[in-house]
Design a binder for this molecule. Structure first.
Ligand SMILES: [Zn+2]
Length: 490
C-alpha cells in the first residue's frame, strides 16, 4: 500500500470524478466498497484519467451518476425518477452494476418501462398500422430477398403477380383494389350471416305437409296431414351459393399467394373460414341426398357465425380487445377458477340447507346438487332467471350471501382487464402520432485518447497527437475528432 507524504494511505485518498461535466468527489475507500465494478478499478493508467486536473472524466449522465455514487456511499441503489428506464439500465451496465441491485421500493417504477416495451412489441407484432408494406418488406416476407433472381433484378413475373395479389388480399387498406376486395368480402360475410339468421324466421320457411289418404268408408277417401317438415325458402339457397362461391374463391387465392402455407393453415381465422365453407357444401350434399333430418347438422352450421371474427382483421380496435384479453388471460383464468369454487361451495350448502329445512320433500326445488349448481351459477352472475329459488329461511340466507359473493368475485378482476385494454389502446393511439422515420444515432466511440502531461508541454508532440487522432477519426466518429483536438490543444 502506497503511503503519501501526509501519512495517509493511498486507499483513503480522495477521488474526483467528472461525469458529463459535473464533478463528484469521494474517497477511494468508498469506491472499493463494490468490487468488480468500473469505479472500484480506477487507476491512473486508465485513459479516462486526467493528470493535469487530477480527475477521471466519464462522458455519462451526471444525474444518474449521483444515484450510483450514492449506492457506493449508502449501499442502497434507488431509481432516479426523472430518467427513463432504458437510460438508467444503460448507465448501470456502463458502471458495471446489476439491475437486481435496485431497491424494492423503486422496483415498481423502474420496471414500468419493461411492460411498456412489451406492450409496444406486442403492438408491433399485430402490424396494426401497416397500411402498405414496401416492396422490400413484401419480398422479405416471401423470403425472396436472398433469391438469385431478385439480386439479379429480374424477378419472374409469377412472383411479382403473387406479391401484388397477396397485398390486395392481406393488406386491406393498401390500395383501391384492396379496399374494394375488402368491402366485397365484408359484404358477403354479412349477407351470409344475415341469411343464416333470417332463414330461421317462420315467415321465410315453407312447411311441407305429407298427406295420407284415409278411407272414410268404402267409396269416400280423405287426405289427412301426417308429417310436416319445415324447409328453408329456396331463395336462401341461391344467396348461400353466391356467398360461398366467393368464400371459396377468396380462400383459394389467399392460399395460393400466401408466403407461408404452414402459417396460413395454422391461423384460427383461416380454419374457421375453411370449416364454414366446407360445411356448407357438405350439408348441401346431404340435403340433396335426402339425409338431412339431423338437427345436429344445423347446430354445427353456427360455425358460419364465427366468420364475423374475420372482421377483426379490418379493425385495429377489435384486435386490441382480443390481445388485451389474451394478455390478461391469467386473471381471467383466476376469475373462472374462483367462480367455480364459490359456485360449488354455495351449491352444496344451499342443497343441504333446503333439504334439511323444508317440511315436505315436494316443496324443495333443489332436487340434486347439479340443480343447485345451476341456481348458483345464475345467481352469482347476477342474472337470476328465477326458475329455481330457495324457499326456506336458511336457503334464502345462503342465496343472499352467494349473490353478494358473486358480485364481488366477478367485479374485482375487471379493472385489471380494463387496465390492460387501456394500456394497449393508449399506446396504440400514442404510436399512431409517432413520426414514421426516426434518426438513428450509433454509440460513441469509447476510446478517448489519453491526454498526457507531455502533450501539453511539447508542442511537437501535441501536433503528433493531433495527427494521430485525425487518422483515427477517419474510421471513427466525426464528433470524436473535434473532441480530441480540443483535448490535445488545451
Ligand atoms: Zn427507492
Amino acid at each position: 500500500m502506497a503511503v503519501n507524504l501526509l501519512g495517509h494511505s493511498d486507499i483513503d485518498a480522495r477521488v474526483i470524478l467528472n461525469v458529463g461535466g459535473t464533478r463528484f468527489e469521494t474517497s477511494k475507500s468508498t469506491l472499493k466498497k463494490l468490487p468488480a465494478t468500473r469505479l472500484s478499478k480506477l487507476t491512473e493508467q486508465l485513459s479516462s484519467y486526467d493528470p493535469i486536473l487530477n480527475e477521471y472524466f466519464f462522458d455519462r449522465h451526471p444525474g444518474v451518476f449521483s444515484q450510483i455514487l450514492n449506492y457506493y456511499r449508502t449501499g442502497k441503489l434507488h431509481y432516479p425518477i426523472n430518467v427513463c428506464g432504458p437510460l438508467f439500465e444503460d448507465e448501470l451496465s456502463f458502471w458495471g452494476l446489476q439491475r437486481e441491485e435496485v431497491e424494492p421500493c423503486c422496483w415498481m417504477t423502474y420496471t414500468k418501462h419493461r411492460s411498456t416495451a412489451e406492450t409496444l412489441s406486442i403492438l408491433d407484432s399485430l402490424e396494426l398500422d401497416t397500411v402498405r408494406s414496401s416492396q422490400q418488406e413484401v419480398i422479405k416476407k416471401f423470403g425472396w430477398d436472398d433469391d438469385f433472381d431478385y439480386i439479379q433484378g429480374n424477378l419472374p413475373r409469377y412472383k411479382k403477380v403473387m406479391m401484388i395479389v397477396w397485398q390486395i388480399f392481406e393488406e386491406p387498406r393498401s390500395s383501391t383494389i384492396a379496399k374494394v376486395i375488402t368491402v366485397i368480402s365484408i359484404f358477403f360475410i354479412l349477407v351470409s350471416i344475415l341469411s343464416f339468421v333470417l332463414q330461421t324466421l317462420s315467415m321465410f320457411r315453407i312447411t311441407d305437409i305429407d298427406f295420407v289418404t284415409v278411407y272414410i268408408n268404402k267409396t269416400a277417401t280423405d287426405r289427412t296431414p301426417t308429417l310436416s317438415r319445415q324447409q328453408v325458402h329456396p331463395s336462401f339457397d341461391v344467396v348461400e351459393w353466391i356467398c360461398n362461391t366467393w368464400f371459396v374463391f377468396e380462400i383459394m387465392i389467399r392460399f395460393i399467394v400466401t408466403p407461408n402455407k404452414k402459417e396460413f393453415c395454422k391461423s384460427t381465422l383461416n380454419i374457421i373460414d375453411f370449416l364454414a365453407t366446407t360445411w356448407f357444401f357438405f350439408t348441401w350434399a346431404l340435403i340433396k341426398l335426402h339425409v338431412n333430418d339431423n338437427e345436429a347438422l344445423d347446430l354445427l352450421s353456427t360455425i358460419r357465425i364465427m366468420r364475423l371474427f374475420k372482421l377483426f382483421n379490418h379493425h385495429p380496435g377489435l384486435k386490441v380487445i382480443v390481445t388485451s384479453m389474451k394478455y390478461s388471460s391469467s386473471v381471467l383464468w383466476l376469475l373462472i377458477f374462483f367462480v367455480l369454487i364459490a359456485v360449488a361451495v354455495f351449491a352444496s350448502l344451499i342443497y343441504y340447507a333446503e333439504r334439511m329445512t323444508t317440511r315436505h320433500p315436494d316443496e324443495n326445488m333443489f332436487r340434486s346438487i347439479p340443480d343447485a349448481l345451476w341456481f348458483n351459477m345464475i345467481t352469482m352472475s347476477t342474472i337470476g332467471y328465477g326458475d329455481l329459488y330457495p324457499k326456506t329461511m336458511l336457503g334464502m340466507l345462503i342465496g343472499a350471501v352467494s349473490t353478494v359473493a358473486g358480485v364481488l368475485i366477478i367485479d374485482l378482476p375487471m379493472p385489471i382487464i380494463v387496465e390492460s385494454f387501456a394500456n394497449f389502446y393508449t399506446h396504440l393511439r400514442a404510436r399512431s402520432k409517432l413520426p414514421k422515420t426516426r434518426r438513428k444515432i450509433g454509440p460513441a466511440e469509447s476510446k478517448i485518447k489519453k491526454r498526457t502531461a507531455m502533450a501539453t508541454l511539447d508542442n511537437g508532440q501535441n501536433l503528433k497527437l493531433l495527427g494521430q487522432t485525425a487518422r483515427a477519426s477517419i474510421f471513427g466518429n466525426k464528433t470524436l475528432t473535434s473532441h480530441n483536438i480540443k483535448s490535445s490543444v488545451a
